[in-house]
Design a protein around this ligand. Structure first.
Ligand code: NAP
Length: 302
């Protein structure tokens, strides 16, 4: 989808606390076994014991659409935060290549694994992971610019594709947090102008809304992130445009960079107690003051 340039629109760094992914496990510890603590805390501690040593948290985030322009940035941000990441793309070699461009060093690249994922095909994507070790699933697939002339793509990818990912996740682990990326305007696909203009491309907002509803009804713990226009803002957009999170159905124009959205996604994963059950609309505002994402999540109600 390329037509979001109709939007006008800001983000900042996440300020994530490195230990945050462990907190949920530590809370659960009171009702589960000590094994969780060993799995989660001990590797984290190792992180600080050696010079320049990077040790994975032991938790994996599965990113469907890791080859995409937003998806590869999500992978990059998660790795910086020391998660293990499984990046899915239709073409594994191409996915490796674009993800490597977002990675700083060999230690980081050891944290990524790649898998083939075409939502048009049947596959058992989750076979290789234990539900215990997966922190979240991120769905950042979308009808691509390359298929802009095929008006059935939004139905096939943004709806049926996401539906398939939701079904597969739920069948594998009904408690796995699922982060779905849709778009500004998704809540009001026919009236929320100017964003609603995007619907001219195969009813894309309508189909994205159907996938949002499907996720909400699935019972999976979810977070839905609706970014503003991504085409105008480059990775340096955050220098003078600061990210804002807004409640559902409040924003219908605005831009934000893919890097900023990737940081919001990583923050949502690291702070499930702040992001769970929420729909947020994300844009970046020129000249605005930086506000920590965690403070912004707190202001969004479920
Ligand atoms: N562009 C905007 O201004 C804008 C604004 C708001 C929201 N969004 C949404 O944000 C998301 C990411 O946008 P983007 O611009 O980063 O998109 P993108 O670069 O076009 O990436 C799309 C991703 O979807 C994957 N995909 C497409 N068909 C697939 C299939 N059959 N099976 C599996 N994966 C498939 C692509 O994989 P391949 O690499 O294999 O093609 C790619 O990883 C999309 O949902 C988009 O609608 C975009």
């Amino acid at each position: 989808m390329t037509s979001n340039s109709a939007f006008i629109g800001y983000f900042s760094t996440t300020g994530r606390v490195l230990h945050e992914p462990c907190r949920s496990k530590i809370r659960i510890l009171y009702s589960s076994s000590f094994v969780s603590l060993q799995r989660c805390v001990l590797p984290k501690l190792l992180l600080f014991t050696g010079k320049q040593r990077i040790s994975a948290s032991g938790e994996t985030v599965v990113v469907f659409g890791g080859s995409g322009r937003l998806g590869r940035r999500v992978v990059g941000e998660l790795i910086k935060q020391n998660y293990r990441v499984a990046a899915g793309g239709r073409n594994v070699e191409r996915t490796k290549q674009v993800v490597q461009e977002r990675i700083d060093n060999v230690q980081q690249s050891n944290l990524v694994e790649f898998f083939e994922c075409n939502v048009a095909e049947r596959a058992n994507w989750f076979q290789k992971w234990s539900p215990d070790n997966v922190k979240a699933v991120v769905a950042v697939i979308g009808a691509s610019g390359s298929s802009i002339l095929d008006f059935t793509q939004p139905y096939k990818i943004d709806y049926l594709g996401n539906k398939k990912l939701i079904d597969a996740t739920r069948a594998w682990n009904p408690n796995c947090p699922f982060i779905l990326i849709t778009s500004l305007g998704t809540g009001k696909p026919f009236t929320g102008f100017p964003a609603a203009l995007l619907n001219l491309y195969g009813g894309i907002l309508y189909w994205k809304r159907k996938s949002e509803r499907y996720l909400i009804q699935s019972g999976l713990p979810f977070t839905i992130i609706r970014p503003g226009g991504l085409e105008r803002a480059k990775d340096d957009f955050g220098v003078d445009h600061k990210v804002r999170l807004y409640p559902a159905n409040s924003q219908f124009s605005g831009s934000v960079s893919r890097l900023q959205v990737a940081q919001v996604i990583a923050d949502a994963i690291s702070n499930p107690y702040l992001s769970r059950g929420k729909i947020v609309e994300v844009i970046a505002l020129y000249g605005a003051k930086e506000i920590p994402l965690q403070d912004q999540w707190k202001r969004i109600t479920v």
